[in-house]
Design a protein around this ligand. Structure first.
Ligand SMILES: *[C@@H]1O[C@H](CO)[C@@H](O)[C@H](O)[C@H]1NC(C)=O
Ligand SMILES: *[C@@H]1O[C@H](CO)[C@@H](O)[C@H](O)[C@H]1NC(C)=O
Ligand SMILES: *[C@@H]1O[C@H](CO)[C@@H](O)[C@H](O)[C@H]1NC(C)=O
Ligand SMILES: *[C@@H]1O[C@H](CO)[C@@H](O)[C@H](O)[C@H]1NC(C)=O
Ligand SMILES: *[C@@H]1O[C@H](CO)[C@@H](O)[C@H](O)[C@H]1NC(C)=O
Ligand SMILES: *[C@@H]1O[C@H](CO)[C@@H](O)[C@H](O)[C@H]1NC(C)=O
Ligand SMILES: [Zn+2]
Length: 352
């Protein structure tokens, strides 16, 4: 409702365009409608985005195998197929797996099987999303103990029908939980909703490895709509929480390389820049009357159309302002510039 109130105030500021005169079914209306797109899809399949900087360079992935296993020391390994990543820890008593992205799928069994003969005894879910844990049932054979945040259990249990590919966690907690198996220690902590409710911070202190999924995209601009995150203030604050851990490398869930504190700081700067540019855009940074006028005139009594025209103006202003500073600094800063600015504008209206 916050949004509606804000938007009404904005329409008043724009000179009461909401009560524009009807011009139903004329050519102008069609043109106005077609030109307004919130999230431009692949309508222009020839679109040429800016070249990718070397910040995005992936670890080498053997094309025959389709995956890469990196040794992080002390029995900790990360696995990537170039797009997704996860982690496993070999202990003296069995293997602890964190996440099971379905794109890696059975290749995760090979990655583990070629590293140790020990069975997978524990499986930890970072968060409920199927693209990160939808391969979990691959481990059904060894009946691992599944550990997750209480919110993750609650959300998975609420699915109707339940997903057989994401078995329900057996062990849940609210704040902190330490997974101790044989000689390995993995500290799990929850700091409130960010990308999703229940999305966990993980830290292996002996190896100085951190894991946080769908927050930082090392070397790349964030994925569309700020990684399709549910709570942007929490997602933004997660950068600072992550920096409180004493880690050398970060397993981030996406892209073909690990992260460092430098990557976290750089993305934090990007988010701050995007935030400031979007604040500037919605506080007089574009001509609202010019942006929504034709749409309002062509769509009398249709506030959804007005919202769309307003968003388009505000979001494009913010995206254009931000993108130029990040091309060549973070990969694909132009690709989801609009979608990321859109998510930020919505957050500025809804979450503050
Ligand atoms: C890729 O993996 C296959 C199968 O293990 C192996 O035969 C091949 O030598 C590897 N290629 C490279 C370039 O390492
Ligand atoms: C734990 O044991 C595994 C398996 O023997 C070994 O690979 C790993 O280095 C050990 N890690 C630590 C932290 O002791
Ligand atoms: C080792 O990996 C290869 C392919 O990458 C796979 O065919 C084989 O089954 C794996 N071995 C084990 C024990 O998982
Ligand atoms: C995996 O095991 C769980 C029970 O732990 C079961 O609910 C689920 O259906 C199984 N999934 C598959 C694909 O076998
Ligand atoms: C939980 O973990 C966080 C982060 O490691 C820490 O700041 C906090 O003090 C811990 N809380 C408890 C009750 O152990
Ligand atoms: C871009 O955003 C900054 C705030 O980050 C603001 O000061 C500046 O006026 C904006 N420029 C344009 C052209 O919108
Ligand atoms: Zn996710």
């Amino acid at each position: 409702m916050q949004l509606i109130r804000m938007f009404s105030a904005l329409l008043l500021a724009a000179g009461g365009l909401a009560s524009g005169h009807p011009h139903a079914h004329d050519e102008h209306e069609v043109v106005a409608r077609d030109s307004i797109k919130i999230a431009p899809g692949p309508s222009d399949t020839q679109i040429q985005f800016a070249p990718l900087p070397s910040t995005v360079d992936s670890v080498p992935i053997n094309a025959t195998l389709g995956y890469f296993v990196g040794d992080l020391g002390g029995g900790v390994y990360w696995v990537t197929d170039g797009t997704y990543s996860n982690m496993f820890l070999v202990s003296t008593h069995g293997v602890i797996v964190v996440d099971a992205p379905p794109t890696i799928g059975h290749k995760l069994l090979y990655a583990i099987g070629n590293t140790t003969r020990l069975p997978v005894t524990h499986l930890v879910y970072s968060h409920l999303h199927a693209d990160h844990i939808g391969g979990a049932s691959l481990f059904n054979a060894t009946h691992p103990t599944i550990i997750a945040h209480a919110e993750t259990l609650s959300l998975l249990a609420s699915l109707s029908p339940r997903d057989p590919l994401r078995p329900l966690p057996h062990v849940t907690f609210e704040n902190n939980y330490t997974v101790r198996v044989g000689n390995q220690t993995l500290e799990l902590s929850y700091h409130g909703p960010n990308h999703t409710p229940g999305n966990l911070f993980m830290y292996a202190p002996a190896q100085r490895v951190a894991l946080l999924i769908d927050v930082v995209f090392p070397g790349w601009a964030p994925f569309s709509e700020l990684a399709i995150s549910c709570f942007i203030p929490g997602w933004t604050a997660a950068h600072d929480v992550l920096l409180t851990f004493d880690f050398d490398v970060l397993v981030a869930g996406h892209v073909g390389r690990l992260g460092t504190k430098h990557d976290v700081l750089l993305q934090k700067k990007y988010i701050e820049d995007l935030h400031d540019s979007c604040v500037s855009a919605i506080n007089g940074g574009f001509d609202v009357t010019a942006a929504i006028g034709p749409t309002v005139a062509a769509n009398p009594g249709n506030p959804w159309a007005e919202f769309k025209a307003y968003f388009r103006g505000a979001v494009q202003t913010c995206a254009d302002n931000t993108t130029s500073r990040w091309l060549g600094v973070l990969g694909a800063a132009d690709v989801f510039a609009f979608e990321n600015a859109y998510r930020m504008v919505i957050s500025l209206m809804e979450d503050v």
